[in-house]
Design a protein around this ligand. Structure first.
Ligand code: FMN
Length: 414
C-alpha cells in the first residue's frame, strides 16, 4: 500500500499499550500518522510514547487555543480513521452521534465513505451487555468496521470476549480496507545461499534477507501479487508470501526456473545474495571427496577446497520467464568508500544480459547505526536515482515496474 494518512484514536483501556505497537508498525510501513488520545487514554499510555512513535504531537483537546478546527481538519486529512482501543464509553458516544470531546467530534465530522475501523476492548460483561451490543450494531450500520475483540484472559483477571484484537490483525484489516489489488505479479528472492562442504560445514555470506523481506511486504501491502523465495536462514517477511526456501545456488536456480515457468510474472526483484562458487571437491590429506551433507569430514588433515564457478542466475531469468516482458531488478552490494568503484560495479551488473535495473547499496553505509539505508537505482539510458530507506526504495521500484517515471529528483553520480 502506498503511503496513507492514518488517524488513530485511543480511548481509556489497558489495551492502549498495544496501540504503541500498531503505531510502530504503521510508521515502519511508511504511513503518515496523527493521534487523538482521550484524557482517559493518557492515564493508560504516556504521551511521550505516542509522540515518539508517531513522530507528531498528540491531539487531545477540542478547545486547544489556535487549533479549534482540528476536529474538522483531521477528519478531512485522514485517508482512514482507526480507534484502538475503543472503550464502551466511546462506542456509546459513536452510536449516539455525540461530539463532546476531540475524538468524538472528529469521528462525527469524518466522511463516511472513507475507512473507519474500531477495535473495542473491555471486560466481557461490558462487551456482552445488550446496550454495548446495540451500540456496536448501530455503528456498523453507520459504516464502521468492527475488528472483533477476541476471547482470552482479560486484564481484570476474568476470562471471556473483550480482548482488543492484536495490532497485526488491526493493520491487516486496515490494509484490506485500502487494498485495490493490482494485476501485477512480482517475485522476490532474498537471503543468502549456503554451499555445503559436509554435514557441518558450509560456505555462506552475511546476508540477512531483511531488505528483501521488507520490500516484499511493502509490495504486498500495496496490492501487488507477491511471491517470495527465501534463504533457509533468512529473516522472514511479516506476510505469508514465501512459497519456497533455498539453501544452495542450485536450489535457488531450480525454484526460480519453476516459478517463472509456472505462470506469467511481470518482475523479479532479486535481492538474494548468491554464491559465485560452489564446492566441487574437497581434498582431505590424500583423499578427495564430493560435497555431501551426509558426512563429517575429518579435521585432522589439511583441507583443500576446489570451487567451481556458478552461472549468474540473474542472467537466466528472462530465459525462464513465460512473460517475455519480464523486468529484472538486480541488487549490488559493495563495501567501498570509493564512489567510482561502487558505480563501476553497479554498471557492470547493469550491462549483463537480462538485467533491467540495478539497485546499489554499500555495506559501509549500512553499518552506520540509525542511518537510513542509501540506495542508488541504475537503469539503462537514465540518470541514476538515489533514495533513502526501504519504504522509498519500494515506492520507486513500484513506479518502475508499473511503467511510470519515478517522481524523484535525479541524482547523477560522477
Ligand atoms: C484500570 C481500568 C481499566 C479500564 N479498562 C477499560 C476497558 O478495557 N474498556 C473500557 O471500555 N473501559 C475501561 N475502563 C473504564 C474507562 O477508562 C472509562 O469508562 C473512561 O471514562 C473511558 O474514557 P474514554 O472513552 O473517554 O477514553 C477502565 C478503567 C480503569 C480504571
Amino acid at each position: 500500500m502506498s503511503s496513507k494518512k492514518i488517524l488513530i484514536g485511543i480511548t481509556g483501556s489497558i489495551a492502549a499499550y498495544k496501540t504503541a505497537e500498531l503505531l510502530s508498525r504503521l510508521k515502519k510501513s511508511g504511513h503518515e500518522i496523527e493521534v487523538i488520545a482521550t484524557s482517559s487514554a493518557l492515564k493508560f499510555i504516556g504521551e511521550a510514547t505516542l509522540e515518539g512513535l508517531s513522530g507528531r504531537p498528540i491531539y487531545k483537546d477540542l478547545f486547544e487555543p489556535g487549533r479549534m478546527m482540528d476536529h474538522i481538519r483531521l477528519a478531512r486529512w485522514a485517508d482512514a480513521f482507526v480507534v484502538a482501543p475503543l472503550s464502551a464509553q466511546h462506542l456509546s458516544s459513536l452510536a449516539r452521534g455525540e461530539a463532546h470531546d476531540l475524538l468524538s467530534a472528529t469521528a462525527l465530522a469524518y466522511e463516511r465513505n472513507k475507512p473507519f475501523l474500531v477495535a473495542p476492548a473491555m471486560n466481557t460483561e461490558m462487551w456482552n451487555h445488550p446496550a454495548t451490543q446495540e451500540n456496536a450494531k448501530l455503528i456498523r450500520q453507520y459504516g464502521a468496521r468492527i475488528i472483533e475483540p477476541s476471547e482470552g484472559l482479560l486484564a481484570c483477571g476474568e476470562f471471556g470476549a473483550g480482548k482488543m484484537a492484536e495490532p497485526e490483525k488491526i493493520e491487516s484489516a486496515l490494509l484490506e480496507a485500502f487494498r485495490v489489488l493490482k494485476n501485477i505479479s512480482v517475485l522476490f528472492t532474498f537471503g543468502g545461499t549456503r554451499e555445503v562442504i559436509d554435514g557441518v560445514r558450509a560456505i555462506t555470506n552475511t546476508s540477512t534477507g531483511q531488505t528483501g523481506a521488507e520490500l516484499a511486504d511493502l509490495f504486498h501491502a500495496s496490492g501487488f501479487d507477491v511471491t517470495s523465495i527465501a534463504g533457509t536462514s533468512s529473516v522472514m517477511p511479516r506476510e505469508a508470501h514465501v512459497t519456497a526456501r533455498f539453501e544452495t545456488h542450485a536450489d535457488l536456480n531450480d525454484h526460480l526456473r519453476e516459478a517463472l515457468r509456472a505462470r506469467p510474472i511481470q518482475a523479479v526483484v532479486h535481492v538474494a545474495a548468491v554464491s559465485d562458487f560452489s564446492v566441487e571437491t574437497i581434498g582431505v590429506g590424500e583423499n578427495t571427496f564430493s560435497p555431501s551433507a551426509e558426512v563429517k569430514l575429518s579435521s585432522d588433515n589439511r583441507m583443500v577446497l576446489q570451487l567451481k564457478r556458478n552461472p549468474k542466475i540473474v542472467n537466466l531469468l528472462k530465459e525462464y520467464a513465460r512473460d517475455l516482458k519480464l523486468k529484472v531488478i538486480a541488487f549490488k552490494l559493495t563495501k567501498s568508500a570509493d564512489l567510482r568503484k561502487r558505480e563501476e560495479a553497479s554498471l557492470k551488473l547493469l550491462n549483463s544480459p537480462g538485467v533491467d535495473y540495478v539497485v546499489h547499496n554499500d555495506l559501509s553505509d549500512a553499518e552506520q547505526e540509525g542511518h537510513r539505508r542509501q540506495f542508488t537505482i541504475y537503469s539503462k539510458g537514465q540518470p541514476a536515482l538515489a533514495v533513502k530507506g526501504t519504504a522509498d526504495l519500494a515506492k520507486l521500484l513500484m513506479a518502475l515496474i508499473e511503467g511510470e517515471s519515478p517522481r524523484r529528483q535525479p541524482e547523477v553520480h560522477a
